[in-house]
Design a protein around this ligand. Sequence first.
Ligand SMILES: Nc1ncnc2c1ncn2[C@@H]1O[C@H](COP(=O)(O)OP(=O)(O)OP(=O)(O)O)[C@@H](O)[C@H]1O
Length: 249
Amino acid sequence: MSQVHLQLVDLCVSFNGFRAVNNLNLSVNKGELRCLIGPNGAGKTTALDLICGKTRALSGEIRLDGRNLAAMEDYQIARAGVGRKFQVPSVFRQLTVRDNLEVALCRKPGVMANLFRGGRSGEGLEHLAEFVGLADQLDEPAANLSHGQTQWLEIALLLAQDSELILLDEPTAGMTAQETRKTADICNRLKGKHTIIVVEHDMGFVRDIGDVLSVMHQGSLLAEGTADEISANERVREVYLGSMGIHGA
Ligand SMILES: Nc1ncnc2c1ncn2[C@@H]1O[C@H](COP(=O)(O)OP(=O)(O)OP(=O)(O)O)[C@@H](O)[C@H]1O
């Protein structure tokens, strides 16, 4: 039976009286990849901000394996296993890919880090680089990486830190079609090993990776289902996808 990993219960936040997240309820199972979609301003990024502690909830609960994250500081939430990839990457540009990974592996000597470290020194780091397609760039400064490669490095840094729950905010923004396909492949290979929430507008990508899609509108959950179910949902078409559904978005 599936085990609930993350649960948002009646979550609310206001900015100057405006309810950006309004009684949001969401439940994500362990090892699941959930896509969070919806129109601009629906509150998707704010929901990720609340989960990782960047923004404090006005009310409601954020339960990770039953622990209430809403009462924790952002560093405690990171330590509890929540990793967030922001739209702007936060890699050390002057360091090589290898050094970036080394720093991340040193920060968190947990299960996944040890797994990727492998038996011999450096072996796991190379495994991690290979996993995200950067094995040939290990000795390149991060500043020399392409836009797509930089995004993949950041995903590798989250893996190195043992984040059980990974939050990806528009991971394919600015990517070429080929880079987007590669990112979908990375996401698909992470399924079952990590719980992942992906905020995206690229519906082709969402269709490639998302088993279940949650649609937000005006701070709340509007609909939830498979890509086909969401594509056929009249209300979702009205507020977000348009008359063609996912195929036309
Ligand atoms: N720190 C803030 N201060 C004031 N208003 C904010 C703040 N953060 C978000 N908002 C507002 O909250 C609403 C939700 O924003 P959010 O970025 O979460 O939407 P989104 O669904 O991620 O949109 P997009 O798809 O365009 O990224 C917007 O109206 C936004 O202007």
